[in-house]
Design a protein around this ligand. Sequence first.
Ligand SMILES: NC(=O)c1ccc[n+]([C@@H]2O[C@H](COP(=O)([O-])OP(=O)(O)OC[C@H]3O[C@@H](n4cnc5c(N)ncnc54)[C@H](O)[C@@H]3O)[C@@H](O)[C@H]2O)c1
Ligand SMILES: [Fe+2]
Length: 387
Amino acid sequence: MDVKLLQRVKVIDTDNLAQTLLEILQTENYQRPLFVMDSFLAKVPIVQASQKLLQDNQIDFAVFDKVVSDPPAQTIRDGVTAFEDAQADSIIAIGGGSSIDVARGINIVRTNGGDILDYTDPDKPIKRCEGLIAVPTTSGTGSELSNALVVTDVKSEKKLAILSDNAVSEYAILNPDLVLSLPQRMTIATGLDAFSHAAEGYTSRLASPVTDAICEKVMFLLYNYLPRAVKNGQDREARQRVMVAAALAGWMLNNAGTNAGHSIAHVLGSKYHIVHGEAVAYALPGVLRRVAPLMPQKVCEIGQILGEVYTAEESQEERVDRAIRAYQDFRDNVLGLHPFSDYGISAAEITSNAKAVSEEQFASNMPGEMNETVAKELLSEFGVRLN
Ligand SMILES: NC(=O)c1ccc[n+]([C@@H]2O[C@H](COP(=O)([O-])OP(=O)(O)OC[C@H]3O[C@@H](n4cnc5c(N)ncnc54)[C@H](O)[C@@H]3O)[C@@H](O)[C@H]2O)c1
Ligand SMILES: [Fe+2]
């Protein structure tokens, strides 16, 4: 059966994180959750208030707060040890994609055994993993609704993705108050990550009319509300809209996937420590340019979502140019993403990664040919304004 849209996660949006967590634990009869976070989130007042309410209700929890950004496999292994030592029965992941991905990794290993890197083999079966409650604090990866986790293999310096519908969260809790403190640079990067999920999913080989509709709405929400969240982090309405957009994009990812923009980010991100959301944003114009001859209407529609109004006289090529320019203007002028040259990495260094990009697991989701030559062309456009 060719199922186009699967969604198993119970999504709750709430203004009261503590009460919602308590209700979920009581409903599911989870008595010993393990909080999985980084050291920053562990000190956030809303998180501490949630822990206090659990304590007051005799729920004994444990804490693993050693998550780092772009987590290596070892962090997941340490988390599995913490889970076992605490004799936990569920996981509350609070944080960005790194914390939620680590939590998903812990949940896979505690349910299925073995080592997390075993599951990078797509043929290795993963049984249904219950008990993951995901609470995002960035609005980007959509990990709370996605079936993916990204882990860095330190030996090969590669970011590897593990995909399993059986490992999705049991609950995702959306509370915009958690995101109000997200710094401006992270707001830009994570918002652009969500935008790239939608734009790459829209232009993926796996796209369907159902996922297209989700992608269109995600891009629309980000175009209209992300600039407000960037300008004023305390704009709760904008934060909420952006949070929902990111979560919906994560759901869509399970069904349509990303394509070569994420392959580039996975290869360059772990090697040169380029922030994930920035890497996908520098890669997107090249991907749109490459797929445009095969799906001009979709690329033009991205331009329309970004505010372009085409005239009857314009050729398709002119419309495509305008759509790509509109994305670059949104990214650089409206949101204010800093230029890639700030990283100080030479063009030759970037294009030397063509083979790895062409072999990355999402690269073949990009319509058209994918090989080292194509990847080199995409890399030569990475971080460069196309017109
Ligand atoms: N699972 C998926 O589907 C998926 C998709 C895309 C990316 N990823 C992965 O997710 C990771 C990136 O996640 P991310 O972009 O959410 O960032 P992150 O989780 O790495 O967090 C980045 C930083 O932001 C801080 N932070 C988080 N929330 C904050 C808040 N509300 N206020 C202030 N600071 C806050 C964290 O403490 C951390 O220092 C990468 O490893 C990436 O490869 C996963
Ligand atoms: Fe991403």
